[in-house]
Design a protein. Structure first.
Length: 264
């Protein structure tokens, strides 16, 4: 049995369908381009300031200029390490504008004034209070019995007096009879002229052992005319050791005071 021919396609229908699709596609692209142009115009409109916006900006600037500006705190200066200058020196100046010279304050003096020692060495007598110029040192000792020191007083060739020095540790010589142990009559002698003091001193022998002994010394109490031992001046305020047969003189007196320790 013969086949029937296939049905003929309708070309006009296909062409119209394609044409409609193209139209739809062009319409969509046209609408998309239109939206882009509208968005660009809106952006330009936002960027362009209007007259009202300018007025608002000027008013804001005016209010800001009238309002007090906040001040920044000054930078902190570096602190000086030294002491600050005196306010009195800063405000007191001379007539020519130069600062007045600074007056140094008197510094405290902690050295002993001697007032306490003077009070402890004051002796009340019928003639009034007398301050002793000398007091015995800690090493003062009375000579032992095996050292019977004596002082022979010569006037010319004759002995006028003798002192048993071993009976006490200290002998004060001077014209002040109320306090002195032996009175000096010559006017060149001071009221408290000199002292013969027995002192305990220690020395080391050749083996390094300490050996102590009581020895006589003389000290001049800053007298006006001085003291001599064997015609040599005694330094004021210093102890000078005395030996057997030493000759002592006080002031300008011609009397001689001879040290002697009789041998047992």
């Amino acid at each position: 049995m013969p086949r029937s021919p296939p049905p003929r396609r309708d070309d006009s229908r296909d062409r119209s369908h394609h044409r409609q699709q193209n139209d739809n596609r062009q319409g969509r692209e046209h609408r998309k381009d239109e939206r882009k142009r509208n968005s660009r115009s809106r952006d330009r409109t936002r960027r362009r300031p209007s007259s009202s916006d300018g007025q608002r900006q000027r008013k804001y600037n005016d209010r800001r200029s009238r309002s007090p500006q906040t001040r920044r705190s000054p930078e902190r200066l570096a602190r000086a390490r030294g002491s600050l200058p005196s306010q009195a020196d800063a405000f007191h100046t001379t007539k020519d504008g130069a600062p007045t010279p600074t007056i140094e304050k008197q510094k405290p003096n902690f050295r002993p004034s001697g007032l306490l020692a003077a009070a402890s060495n004051t002796i009340s007598t019928s003639a009034g209070a007398i301050v002793l110029k000398y007091h015995e040192p800690p090493e003062a000792r009375k000579p032992p019995s095996n050292q019977p020191w004596r002082l022979y007083i010569f006037k010319g060739e004759s002995i006028v007096d003798t002192l048993d020095l071993y009976t006490q540790s200290c002998w004060l010589f001077g014209r002040e009879t109320s306090v002195c142990d032996f009175a000096l009559e010559h006017p060149s002698c001071s009221k408290q002229h000199a002292v013969i003091q027995f002192r305990y001193v220690e020395r080391r022998n050749e083996f390094g052992d300490k050996i102590g002994k009581v020895k006589p010394y003389v000290i001049d109490l800053e007298s006006a005319n001085g003291t001599t031992v064997n015609d040599e001046a005694v330094p004021q305020g210093r102890f000078v050791e005395l030996r057997d047969k030493d000759i002592i003189k006080f002031g300008h007196s011609t009397r001689e005071y001879v040290m002697q320790m009789p041998s047992g």
